[in-house]
Write a new protein. Structure first.
Length: 361
């Protein structure tokens, strides 16, 4: 009698197959409902880290300005095809990377060596990719990486099978197949795109933003107001990202060379390329991010804002670079600049156009 009662109690406590399937279905539904929330929370955390990176870089640039009386140049000016340091290398002592900066600057025969001299010191095209200086140029610095980006740790030198941003074809070259550390943050160069300039002739090199070749912009030159002027912004994998070390050929301000370090506000945030030709590749020269709906930007006052990708970016019909505007001597901007017809994003990208920005962004 007692044995039968125990058997009955055991049978009553068991799950049927149907009940088990129902429980599994409910669990699957709950997981499906929860997963987007988890992904959203993770993206929010990544976005916040990206904001913190931009904030710290902006504060480092402010400290640089306090010391030098100006912001660092976007990248140094040298002759055609010569690799040069950029703004992100210059700011390293102010973002707790002084040791790495000083190691790169100190060669066997000199201190404050240029990037070209570094490549000479390591043997140029036949140099060793394992040389300590080369490995230092490949140092992964979290402050320059947005956690949402999927670009490899070393910036690819090829776009598919085509050499896109090669470092081993310059004068002097880097060791064959060298790829530098990736960065997701670029300086705001301004409205104009193809600002090709001629070394030693002194024209065509400037732009309307803060970072461009040989730039020496100070706060007194940001007459539109530091809270209305872009300082830094994002670029992610879809637009081939950037690098913190410098540029491969500073006078040649196009997507393959100058845009390692800077971005133009000519194209909107996360916008697809209008065209892709020898002269114009807007994506690689612009701002983009892996964040849905827009990108993070540091303004010149060191505040950080998320700018929606729907922001107005109408160029107003202003000639903005080769082939529609080739600067002549002492002719830095076309007659149409500045124009009341340009969009809000262009106004934010220019430091001194005197155009109203408002509070829309």
């Amino acid at each position: 009698m007692n044995s039968g009662n125990r058997y009955q109690r055991i049978r009553q406590g068991a799950f049927t197959l149907v009940e088990l399937l129902v429980v599994i279905a409910i669990i699957g539904l709950l997981v499906a409902l929860l997963l987007p929330a988890v992904q959203s929370a993770r993206e929010a955390a990544r976005r916040m880290q990206c904001v913190n990176n931009l904030k710290n870089l902006a504060l480092g640039l402010h400290n640089y300005h306090d010391t030098a009386g100006r912001f660092p140049n976007g990248f140094e000016l040298d002759t055609w095809g010569v690799p040069v340091w950029g703004w992100s290398y210059k700011v390293m002592p102010y973002i707790e990377q002084a040791n790495l900066h000083d190691f790169l600057a100190s060669g066997p025969n000199e201190s404050n060596r240029t990037l070209a001299e570094l490549f000479q010191d390591v043997g140029g095209l036949g140099g060793d990719l394992g040389d300590p200086a080369i490995l230092a140029l490949q140092t992964q610095l979290s402050i320059f990486r947005c956690p949402s980006d999927i670009t490899p740790e070393l910036l690819p030198g090829k776009d598919g099978t085509v050499k896109f941003r090669p470092w081993d074809s310059q004068v002097p070259p880097a060791p064959k197949d060298f790829e530098p550390a990736t960065s997701n943050y670029v300086g705001s160069s301004g409205f104009f795109y193809a600002r090709v300039c001629k070394p030693n002739d002194g024209f065509g090199c400037d732009n309307s933003g803060i970072f461009f070749v040989a730039s020496e912009v100070s706060f007194k030159q940001i007459t539109d107001g530091a809270s209305n002027t872009l300082l830094l912004g994002e670029r992610d994998e879809r637009c081939n990202s950037a690098s913190w070390i410098g540029s491969v050929s500073p006078p040649d301000i196009n997507h393959k060379r100058g845009y390692f370090q800077v971005a133009t506000s000519l194209w909107g945030v996360n916008q697809p390329e209008r065209e892709k030709s020898f002269w114009f590749r807007g994506c690689e020269a612009g701002f983009s991010s892996a964040h849905p709906g827009g990108a993070n930007f540091a303004l010149a006052d060191a505040s950080v804002r998320f700018i929606n990708e729907e922001i107005d970016y109408n160029d107003g019909g202003v000639p903005h670079g080769i082939p529609d505007f080739i600067p002549q001597e002492d002719e830095y901007y076309p007659d149409e600049w500045p124009s009341e017809d340009v969009g809000l994003f262009h106004r934010l990208g220019s430091r001194d156009d005197q155009l109203v920005v408002g509070e829309e962004f």
